[in-house]
Design a protein around this ligand. Structure first.
Ligand SMILES: NC(=O)c1ccc[n+]([C@@H]2O[C@H](COP(=O)([O-])OP(=O)(O)OC[C@H]3O[C@@H](n4cnc5c(N)ncnc54)[C@H](O)[C@@H]3O)[C@@H](O)[C@H]2O)c1
Ligand SMILES: O=C(O)CC[C@@H](O)C(=O)O
Length: 540
């Protein structure tokens, strides 16, 4: 079976991304081979065909990652947005399907802000029209009289990465800078020496230039219509290098045609790549084809970041820029990562050894971690627990949703300890008092993983590969019988650990085996004398 990971790239990427994916650096190398399909200009029907067996999609703004595409991607596990805005990705559905969405915030901030100022200068100084006229042999010095930026007020909607950089550049031109952003603190306004406006109306009333820097979402779609534009002073200017749809093109066109809005500089449109003809050809409008992020520097940073995000995600690591990973605020440090992996394995064992309907999972961890790390441990635990029992793809992304849909509660407790021995105890409870199982594991010196208990039986076994968990009466000859039986079926034992509650009582054995086991071999094992139960715990 071909186990390679297919990465479909549907937007132009800097070669640094392809180099990183092709020649993975040692610390980021993945075990599977990567089949990279680079189709930066592929039409939608080709993408829809290619997506069927794709595991990772890397895209830019030209690819709509909507429900049709996500549902066609039956094997899709990661959608990597080589940009910041992800309004063109159905993130809700991706979350539902367990698909991780990552992006590259901050990597094109400077480029987008510089383009915004470029549009502003071009607009107020009529540079594109002056260029066309002059290059055609004209010399119309009086026709191109413009307006200075100095002393004018720019009203920024969204004082995030791009917005605050535009504020900084505008101040360099001696503009007054005001901004509207209800989601950030006064401190951010102070830090950016920007005057806060508490309502959009106040901002509109005082701005000579309106510059949009919010993401496109349900709240911001259509936030600026003809009504809002008319709240600006007559003769004001509008800039949109954020997303089409935030300013309604109909409203903008109407106010431009009426001469109410003096001009607009636009990089992003409702209908890309075929924007509204009347808008792009309007004499008072300057347009660019969504090139806010199109600089060598931004594309290098984006390419490098997106390749690293994909490799980290494929290695099962916590990524740096998750879009839909719930509540994970702290990124995986070395220890946290190892404890998370062991937690997942412990939960995977637990999920394979009970015979009741679970209602509560309690995860108790003794380790030198912080409270913020508990969320990652919780997700790892659910992922390990459900991936055995679910046909659905379970990932960090949809783990909590899937668990709560099954009506199972989870509690995570941290006992902060500086010991070099990190301990995990996972208990699973059913709704009846006697329904309980527990699995314990230990991580020694941040390196050595050991499964150390199942219920009251103690062990020290590596949680790797496949394990047979066997319960038997503590009588002579059982180990010999089991050994001969497995040898007869060509099963090699890598490790055998026996634990008993008391002499002559009950015993439990954990047998780590090499290779895969046929289910008939386990059925046969159960028939041996003195055997009470035998189960296979696989996929560790
Ligand atoms: N033209 C381009 O090529 C290009 C390049 C980069 C970014 N962008 C667009 O610009 C947007 C902003 O980028 P960024 O990196 O600054 O993102 P960001 O997340 O750093 O900033 C967005 C800001 O908008 C604010 N905001 C959100 N909803 C708001 C609302 N309803 N009213 C007022 N403020 C609101 C947020 O609080 C945040 O401070 C991106 O979402 C992207 O769509 C376009
Ligand atoms: O170049 C792109 O794909 C879009 C860039 C930009 O709009 C973004 O959202 O970061």
């Amino acid at each position: 079976m071909d186990k390679s990971v297919k990465i479909l790239i549907t937007g132009k990427l800097h070669e640094v991304a392809l180099n990183l994916l092709n020649n993975q650096p040692l610390e980021l190398s993945v075990t599977e081979s990567l089949n990279i399909v680079y189709l930066p200009d592929a039409p939608r029907d080709v993408i829809l065909k290619e997506i069927e067996d794709t595991n990772v999609l890397i895209s830019r703004s030209e690819t709509d990652v909507d429900a049709t595409l996500l549902r066609a991607g039956k094997n899709l596990r990661i959608v990597a947005r080589a940009a910041v805005g992800y309004g063109n990705i159905d993130c809700d559905l991706a979350t539902e399907l367990g698909i991780l969405v990552v992006n590259t915030p901050g990597k094109n901030t400077n480029s987008a802000a510089e383009l915004t100022i470029g549009l502003l200068l071009s607009l107020l100084r009529k540079i594109p029209a002056a260029h066309s006229s002059t290059s055609e042999g004209g010399w119309n010095r009086h026709h191109f009289t413009g307006t200075e930026l100095g002393g004018k007020t720019i009203g920024i909607v969204g004082l995030g990465n791009v917005g605050h950089r535009v504020a900084k550049f505008a101040k360099g031109f001696d503009m007054n800078v005001i901004a509207y952003d209800p989601y950030i603190s006064d401190e951010v306004f102070r830090r950016n020496s920007t005057e806060r406006k508490n309502t959009l109306e106040e901002l509109l009333a005082e701005s000579d230039v309106l510059s949009i820097h919010v993401p496109l979402n349900k709240e911001t779609k259509g936030m600026i219509t003809e009504v809002e534009l008319k709240k600006m002073r007559k003769g004001s200017y509008v800039l949109n290098a954020a997303r089409g749809g935030i300013i309604t093109e109909k409203g903008l066109l109407k106010t431009l045609n009426e001469g109410y809005i003096a001009g607009a500089g636009i990089d992003t449109f409702d209908n890309e790549p075929k924007p509204l003809k009347e808008l792009i050809s309007h004499p008072n409008v300057i347009v660019t084809p969504h090139i806010g992020a199109s600089t060598l520097e931004a594309q290098y940073r984006i390419g490098e970041t997106i390749a690293i995000q994909v490799l980290k995600a494929l290695r099962g690591e916590i990524v740096d820029y998750p879009v839909n990973l719930p509540h994970v605020s702290l990124l995986g440090s070395g220890d946290l990562r190892k404890i998370s992996v062991l937690t997942e394995k412990t939960a995977h064992v637990a999920a394979q050894i009970f015979d009741f309907h679970p209602s509560l999972i309690k995860l108790n961890v003794k380790a030198g971690l912080s409270k913020e790390d508990l969320q990652i441990l919780k997700l790892s635990c659910i992922k390990g627990f459900l991936s055995h029992a679910s046909d659905e793809f379970v990932s960090y992304v949809n783990a909590e949703r899937l668990l709560s849909r099954r009506g199972i509660q989870i509690e995570v407790n941290l006992n902060n300890s500086t010991s070099s021995k990190n301990e995990i105890l996972l208990e699973v409870f059913g709704s009846n008092a006697n329904e309980k199982i527990s699995v314990g594991a230990v991580l020694y010196d941040g390196q050595l993983e050991r499964l150390c208990s199942i219920n009251d039986f103690l062990f020290e076994i590596e949680p790797n590969g496949d394990l047979i968990i066997m319960q038997n009466h503590d009588r002579p000859g059982v180990i010999g019988d089991v050994g001969s039986y497995l040898a007869k079926h060509n099963v090699n034992i890598a490790q055998f650990e026996l634990s008993r509650n008391r002499r002559g009582g009950m015993a439990m054995s954990l047998i780590r085996i090499d290779g895969e086991l046929e289910s008939e071999v386990i059925s046969g094992l159960r028939k041996l004398p003195n055997l009470i139960s035998a189960r296979l715990v696989s996929g560790l």
